[in-house]
Design a protein around this ligand. Sequence first.
Ligand code: AMP
Length: 552
Amino acid sequence: MKYQELVDVYEALESTTKRLEKTEIISNFLKELDSQTTEKVGLLILGVVFPAWSSEEIGIGAKLVERAVAEAVGTSQNAVEDAVRDEGDIGLACIKLYSKKAQMTFFSKALTIDFVFDSLRKLSKISGSRSTNRKIAIILELLSQASPTEAKYLTRTILEELRIGVGDGVVRDAIAQAYNIDKKVVERAQMLTNDFAVVARTAKDEGVNGLEKLNLTPGTPVKPMLAQLAPPLDEIIPEMGVAICETKYDGIRLQVHRNEDEIKIFTRRLENITHALPEIVELFDEFLPHENYIVEGEVIATRNGKPLSFQNILHRVRRKYNVEEAIENVPLKLYLFDVLFYKVPMIDEPLSIRRKILEDIVNTTSEEMNLSTMLVGTPENIDEIQALFEKSIKQNHEGIMIKNASEPYIPGLRGKKMLKYKAEPETLDMMVVGGTYGIGKRGDFVGSYLVALRDENDEFKTVAYAATGLDDATLEYLTVKMKELEISTKGREIIVEPKIVLEIAFSEIVESPEYEAGYSLRFPVVKNIRKDKGPMDVDSIERLISMYNEKN
Ligand code: AMP
């Protein structure tokens, strides 16, 4: 099938923001495709050529693409750079540059989806000497045959920024609609395989039955189940009934797969880090059965038996060279806490059963291979849970995890089934640059505070609105201050001089285009007004980004 047909779909998708329309467009297109093309379009529609579980990537920088575009249209690289700057995007720059291209592509043969897909995959495989030239040659072969719109989406796909507003949810719905299958079935298949190529093709060829047969495969990483901040123990434990409460270790989460004789280690972002941790591979080989499995645990770095900071483990895992030396300097310890597959998939079993299986299969006679410390919590022994928490903190761990004992493992889910209960939430000192007045009888108070961090030029860049954690007296105090510092007010929004510093706790840092910093905070809570701090004491965006990178 011609690539131009997919490009027409991209154009249609880019021209609407309505989710239902997008779903309809993709679904109609899918119906026209044969099996093989369906598989490729399942990925290309998301602007990728590798499934989410794969750590392979196209890996081409903007400069290289600009060079190829310059050659394809017969202009200078500077001219391409200027066009990208003017248009704000390589794709739009291509439209502009290609329209000026003298002899258009009338003589060349049309690009096909197969050819584009295979060429893009080839790019990831090229390394070694003269690799730049070989990459350019492949990109050029595509670009010189491309129409202007084809070039627009080819370049964007190569740079992994398709910008058509299509995410996993829309593709899932479109597959469900195209083949008349329940969304839930498609969602489950996607969650287990992390591979829209497989899901789309199976849906087309085998329908519901085929999708239901898809399952976890040791060797292919699964998105981990995530944790949410816990409410107070006396609230959450009665709600759960029976909870498995475990020490929360401050390390890196590992998902370890054994498939026949091969052991692979993945991070929570599904990155394969097997090469950096040879001694962990050995531990698994020695202390777990030689069966196919997927287990999860936390690895921490230790010195003289004491846990070291998270930074130490991060360096160890990111290490590419001198791994042997690092093994000696930073000994690692494992604490396993879940099993997703053992001979057969286990994720539908309740956690209580999964934990038992884990206890059966892991030999914990060595110091390095452990199970997480745990107790079964019920409303009757909340004091024991509190004691586990305090003991964990004393031992330099982060706190405890509270997990519903009767729940299955749901990949990628962040919900109430798994909670974290930490000593102190992380905080940032942030500058108030504005706020929003409340509504109704709160209309006289600034109820929500726009907080910002310092960038490298010491300018404040907004990060979040914090609206919780303030009692009435503090709200009143802050509102008076805000009025004193008012620069302007429009509707309910007030902008103020940057003078008030708040200490903000939060559960997580997330990327967010809505705020100037490009990042935002989940669940920001005002902990304190830091009257002792001035603008230069405000935390930097650099710190925020480094905290974000540590956790991701
Ligand atoms: P957070 O990264 O703060 O959202 O907390 C969740 C993370 O805690 C998990 O992704 C694991 O990396 C880590 N963790 C440490 N100990 C445990 C445990 N016993 N059970 C589950 N996760 C744990």
